[in-house]
Structure formats: structure tokens, C-alpha cells
Design a protein around this ligand. Structure first.
Ligand SMILES: NC(=O)c1ccc[n+]([C@@H]2O[C@H](COP(=O)([O-])OP(=O)(O)OC[C@H]3O[C@@H](n4cnc5c(N)ncnc54)[C@H](O)[C@@H]3O)[C@@H](O)[C@H]2O)c1
Ligand SMILES: O=P(O)(O)OC[C@@H](O)[C@@H](O)[C@H](O)[C@H](O)CO
Length: 364
């Protein structure tokens, strides 16, 4: 395939996952990133390796790329020549890409530009919507199921062994003929279901792991109490999600079981720290904790365990000073929930504060 491909964001997903699928299709790629140190390292080393730990898959050496910092005029040139631009910068950073992409449109011919987001979030492309004022620009989305983790002080990546990238075909004229990329017709539902199942359960392991003082992510997921919470929460949210998205309950249960299995897999050496990051985003109304709680409300269900996860996330935010400054943080983050649920969260916070110094926190 001779289409030019750019990946904005040469981090864990951009470098370790999106480009793996593209490199395995023998396609060249241009990375663009704001991190000058990372770009310098990519240009100096000219290759990096993706390892799969003990999952039984051979490592892959990746050397199919050029790499430019956003300040380099060659970044704009590469964008002007690109047919496909994948992003993997974090949903909240997408708006920052608008000036760069707009700039590249000035040097572009009539050819269409297809931007495919590779971000967690239920509608990440909305952040780029103003680009579609230019009729050449088309926005699509993909959903990232694969976990990729940077190795310390290295370009190399440790990855889950999964080459499966569903993407929204509705906004593209042709399928993406790259390894592992799968056209999805009913994409919006899949993306929401993924965030409310996988990322909800991921947040459960992560924030419960945090309050229990566990640093290794799979260890957190395998903790006896956390495991019990994960299964109870899955049972409640599955019922609501199956109803909301008209999915067979058995199919949704299997979906959540795959998520729990993945987050408990000790071969994927991930950290609680990576999974708790950006708590302000993760506590958003359409995100992994509040949206499933709202679905529970809609279908007259409840989960004390998920409320405790919400409290643990807030507690993490308070402790790390990473919440939005608001005089009423309960109203700010939980204003959509019923007052009785907000009161439960407040009680949970008191419990967490009371047991702050205990050797090992027991989940209530
Ligand atoms: N790592 C995973 O396992 C995983 C799994 C599922 C989804 N995701 C999603 O993938 C996306 C990327 O996550 P990641 O883990 O690769 O993060 P990361 O921090 O490893 O990489 C993000 C990269 O984007 C770059 N960046 C940020 N803002 C930029 C800007 N304005 N212009 C250019 N470059 C910019 C950063 O410098 C960094 O190199 C996120 O939306 C995340 O939710 C990641
Ligand atoms: O990448 P974030 O910060 O949105 O979320 C952290 C994890 O939930 C996430 O990376 C998952 O591991 C991933 O989405 C795979 O399901």
C-alpha cells in the first residue's frame, strides 16, 4: 500500500501498538511528537524492539520510521503528504493538534486526509471536529484493546500479545488494509462498551490497588478482595450494559471476563501508577466510573463496590493534588449521581481517611 501514514504521538500506543500493526504490513511511517528527547532518541537509534515477555511471541524489531518533533517544518510536510494520520496523544491533548494539522492543510492538494484517533474516550474525535470545516478532512476512530508499556529509559516496549484494532469504517471510503485492523460497522457502541467495561474494570483494579498500597497492576487485580470487587462490579454493570446496548448478557459477560483476565495477567507487567493517571479525566461524566454508575441508575441497579471505586479515585486525586480546584468537589465530580450515592461516597472517603495509616487496608 503506497499511502503515506503519520502517527502523532510516539508513546506506548503509537510506537508499540499502532506502528507495530503498520510495520507488520511493510509500510513506512512518520512519527510526530512534542517530546524532543523522544524524537532525538528515535532518530539516533533508528530502531526499537517490541517484546511480549513470556507470552510465547517472538520480539519484533521496528525500523520503518522517520521521526519529527512538532516544531520541525518536516512534520508539517509529512502531514501535508499523508493519507492516513493516526493519533495517540491522550484524548485531552487532541485539541493541541489542531493548529499543526491546520497548518499542513495549507500545503496540501485536493487529496482527502483521514484522521483516525487511537485514544481512550467515548468520542475522542469530537475534540478535532473543527478540522472538518475543511472538506478534505475526515475523522474516524479506533479502539485500543492492547496494553503497551515503555521499558524504563528505553525506546523498547513490552506489549500484550494482541493484534486487533477495530476502527470506525463509516467515515472511511475504504477499509484500512493493515495487519490486525478490523472494520467495525457499529463502532460507537463498541467503543462505549469497551470504556464502560474494560476501562471501568481497569479503574477498579487501579484505584483499589492504590488505596491498598499495591504497585504492580496484575498483583492489584489478583488481590483476593479486589478480585471479589471486580466480579461483583462486573455482574452489576454487565446487566446494565447488556440492556443499554441490546447485547446478549452472555456475550457481555464474556467481554467482561476477557477484561478481568487481561488485567490479572501477570505476564503483562504493568503498574498501578500508569493506570491511575489523569484521574480528573477518568472521573468525567462520560468516562469509565460515572457513566457505568449512571447506567446502573437508569436500570434501577446498584453497586456499593463501584461507589467505593469512585471514592478511591477521588481519594487518589485528593492525595496527589490532581483534581480540578472546586469548592465542592463532590458536586463537581459526582453531581450527576443521587444524593444517597454521593453520601455513600462521602462515607467511603471517611473510611479511607480513617484507615490511611493501617498496615493493610481491608476493603469494606
Ligand atoms: N498504553 C496503553 O496500554 C493504552 C491502552 C489503551 C489505550 N491507550 C490510549 O492511548 C493513548 C496514548 O497513550 P500512551 O499510553 O501511548 O501514552 P504515552 O504518554 O506513552 O504517549 C503519548 C505521546 O503523545 C505525545 N503527545 C502528547 N501531547 C502531544 C501533542 N500535543 N503533540 C504531539 N505529541 C503529543 C507525548 O509526548 C507522548 O510521547 C491514550 O489516549 C490512552 O488512553 C493506551
Ligand atoms: O489509558 P488510560 O489512562 O485512558 O487508561 C488506563 C487503562 O485503563 C488503559 O490503558 C487500559 O489498559 C487499556 O485501555 C486497555 O483496555
Amino acid at each position: 500500500m503506497n499511502k503515506n501514514v503519520v502517527i502523532i504521538g510516539a508513546g506506548q500506543t503509537g510506537r508499540g501498538y499502532l506502528n507495530r500493526l503498520i510495520a507488520l504490513s511493510n509500510q513506512k511511517v512518520t512519527f510526530i511528537d512534542k517530546d524532543e528527547v523522544l524524537i532525538h532518541a528515535l532518530n539516533k537509534q533508528k530502531e526499537y524492539t517490541i517484546d511480549f515477555g513470556n507470552q510465547g511471541r517472538e520480539s519484533i524489531v521496528i525500523d520503518n520510521f522517520d521521526a519529527y518533533s512538532i516544531e520541525n517544518p518536516k512534520a508539517v510536510e509529512a502531514l501535508a503528504d499523508a493519507t492516513y494520520v493516526f493519533t495517540s496523544v491522550g484524548e485531552k491533548n487532541l485539541v493541541d493538534l489542531i493548529p499543526l494539522i491546520k497548518n499542513s492543510l495549507k500545503n496540501r492538494g485536493d487529496n482527502p486526509l483521514y484522521i483516525i484517533t487511537g485514544e481512550n474516550g467515548v468520542a475522542p474525535k469530537v475534540k478535532l471536529i473543527q478540522l472538518t470545516q475543511d472538506k478534505r478532512v475526515h475523522l474516524s476512530e479506533s479502539v485500543i484493546f492492547c496494553t503497551t508499556i515503555t521499558k524504563e529509559n528505553s525506546l523498547d516496549i513490552l506489549s500484550e500479545d494482541l493484534d486487533f484494532l477495530p476502527y470506525d469504517i463509516k467515515f472511511l471510503p475504504n477499509p484500512l488494509n493493515y495487519h490486525g485492523m478490523v472494520a467495525e460497522e457499529n463502532f460507537k457502541d463498541l467503543l462505549e462498551r469497551k470504556i464502560y467495561t474494560y476501562n471501568c474494570l481497569s479503574a477498579c483494579s487501579a484505584y483499589l490497588g492504590y488505596v491498598k498500597g499495591i504497585e504492580n497492576y496484575a498483583q492489584a487485580g489478583n488481590d483476593i478482595e479486589v478480585d471479589k470487587y471486580l466480579h461483583k462490579i462486573a455482574t452489576s454493570i454487565n446487566e446494565a450494559i447488556a440492556k443499554e446496548y441490546y447485547v446478549d448478557i452472555q456475550k457481555q459477560t464474556e467481554f467482561s471476563q476477557m477484561a478481568i483476565k487481561k488485567f490479572q495477567n501477570k505476564e503483562i507487567v504493568d503498574t498501578v501508577e500508569r493506570n491511575v493517571r489523569d484521574v480528573d479525566r477518568k472521573l468525567g461524566d462520560h468516562e469509565r466510573i460515572i457513566a457505568p454508575l449512571m447506567l446502573l441508575t437508569k436500570y434501577h441497579l446498584e453497586s456499593k463496590e463501584l461507589l467505593f471505586v469512585a471514592a478511591s479515585a477521588l481519594y487518589y486525586g485528593i492525595e496527589t493534588d490532581t483534581l480540578i480546584k472546586d469548592k465542592d468537589i463532590y458536586e463537581h465530580y459526582f453531581g450527576m449521581l443521587s444524593s444517597s450515592w454521593i453520601n455513600e461516597i462521602k462515607e467511603d472517603i471517611k473510611y479511607l481517611e480513617k484507615h490511611k495509616d493501617s498496615e493493610e487496608l481491608r476493603l469494606p
